[in-house]
Ligand binder design. Structure first.
Ligand SMILES: Cc1cc2nc3c(=O)[nH]c(=O)nc-3n(C[C@H](O)[C@H](O)[C@H](O)COP(=O)(O)OP(=O)(O)OC[C@H]3O[C@@H](n4cnc5c(N)ncnc54)[C@H](O)[C@@H]3O)c2cc1C
Length: 424
């Protein structure tokens, strides 16, 4: 079993790991102050924003973005590994365990391609009867891929998809979000990533246009007060170039530029918001309710079985009838498999009631809102200017109401200014 140094205890605030400790897989918590100092780059203060121009473009419906509209706050830990997802194989008595976890902020996006890669390797064992541990997005797509390949599949899990960490995510196409560190991923990983991303993208396209819109494209506006604000545009979009000496997260998005709709710079006449710089991109998003229901139904209709069970140590697997086991527990491998190479990256999403009148998304000042069928998702993905280091090393898995209010406040303010500039 692969076990690295132990990680720091859960922290109630927003501690961060230094880049060196991430690379080493070592877990000494770096101070947020050190990180902030490292990051004192060219980014201009948001208070120094130039006066906003009036909004000339299309009049989008502006939903009420208010703290008293909060219907839910969800917190999740991204299962990050510096080297990328774990794919090695372990023998445990007469069992062969294929590990399949550690997809960071890209689990939804890479799920089908990652499942295809793992099931292809399992097929080489000629074993047709397999167990899958876990029913998050990785376990469920692995199980479905194995069923489609003609295997006999049983999922053993503590929770079904609607109760897993997976549904506490943002739910958009972000295939290289905190997927690995460039310096720690092996030389073969970029090619594997590309293969997985292309396979996933093609798989998701086949779920477009279905009743309930499990998968859809959403017009997303990425707004900037200043052109030189170097940060990702939207949760985990990995659109920003790596900042040398600042972080080392791998970014491979340019490899699949030929299949992903590009963001378009908007002219003032096309910009619905009183902010000087705006891009619009058609972004693929995952509506958790409809999509989860679709996947679980397909699994049952294809003859898959689910057994509700919690495992406490790898020795528990000895009692399973299957000899080939795919281990998809996400961040829980940190405890259940004692895998200390997993680093928690905390993230929080806040949900307001759905808004069918306004189907679009906005990313601005480190916060994002997406009007999904499940509700309006609001996330402060980088409210403090830490970039992709935000939440790294933080295992505090409880809602932070103040953070929710700050993220909503970005849009309260933006929409107030938008309404005012329309009537000016
Ligand atoms: C705030 C946030 C936003 C995100 N946004 C995006 C995004 O926009 N796009 C994207 O692609 N990704 C995103 N991610 C990342 C994505 O959510 C994860 O990579 C993904 O959910 C991991 O899925 P998983 O199936 O590996 O783990 P999980 O969802 O944690 O599932 C693990 C499964 O294993 C089971 N299990 C665990 N331990 C045991 C045990 N001991 N016994 C039995 N069963 C067990 C659980 O019950 C569960 O069914 C985001 C993450 C966060 C936190």
């Amino acid at each position: 079993m692969h076990v690295d140094n132990s990680i720091g205890a859960p922290m109630p605030s927003t501690p961060s790991l230094s880049r060196r400790s991430l690379v080493a897989g070592g877990m000494a918590l770096g101070g947020a102050a050190t990180l902030a100092a490292e990051r004192s780059g060219p980014t201009l203060s948001r208070a120094e924003s130039p006066p906003a121009p009036p909004a000339h473009g299309p009049r989008l419906f502006l939903p009420p973005m208010r703290e008293d509209q909060i219907a839910d706050i969800k917190v999740c830990l991204r299962p990050f590994r510096a080297a990328g997802p774990r794919y090695d194989v372990e023998k445990l008595g007469d069992k062969t365990v294929f590990h399949h976890y550690g997809h960071g902020g890209s689990g939804w996006s890479l799920s089908w391609g990652s499942a295809d890669f793992v099931v292809g390797r399992i097929a080489a064992t000629l074993e047709r009867r397999i167990a899958v541990i876990g029913c998050g997005i990785i376990g469920l797509t692995t199980a479905l891929t194995a069923l489609r390949a003609g295997m006999d599949v049983t999922i053993y899990t503590r929770d079904l998809l609607p109760r897993t960490r997976s549904v506490r995510a943002n739910g958009s196409w972000t295939p290289s979000s905190r997927i690995a560190l460039a310096s720690a991923a092996g030389p073969a990983f970029p090619d594997l990533w590309e293969r997985m991303a292309r396979f996933s993208w093609a798989s998701y396209r086949s779920y477009l246009g279905l009743p309930g819109e499990p998968i859809m494209f959403l017009d997303t506006y990425r707004l900037e007060d200043q052109r030189n604000e170097a940060k990702a545009n939207g949760e985990d979009h990995s659109a920003a170039p790596a900042q040398p000496g600042k972080d080392d997260f791998a970014r491979y998005d340019t490899r699949i530029r030929d299949i992903i709709p590009a963001a378009i710079d908007l002219q003032p006449s096309e910009n619905p918001f009183p902010v000087p710089y705006a891009k619009r991109a058609a972004m693929m998003i995952f509506n958790f309710g409809a999509y989860g229901d679709h996947l679980l139904s397909e699994f049952h209709q294809s003859g898959g079985r689910i057994v509700m069970r919690e495992f406490h140590s790898p020795a528990d697997l000895r009692h399973l009838p299957e000899r080939v086991i795919v281990n998809c527990p996400g961040y829980a491998a940190h405890d259940w498999w004692q895998d200390r190479s997993l680093i928690p990256v905390r993230g929080q999403t806040t949900w307001l009631p759905p808004c069918p009148q306004g189907r679009y998304g906005v990313a601005y000042r480190g916060a994002e809102m997406l009007c999904k069928t499940d509700g309006i998702m609001v996330q402060g993905y980088d409210l403090d200017g830490l970039g992709e280091m935000a939440g790294v090393g933080n295992a505090f898995e409880h809602p932070d109401r103040r953070e929710a209010a700050r993220a909503i406040g970005v849009f309260t303010d933006l929409f107030r200014r938008t309404a005012a500039s329309r009537s000016a």
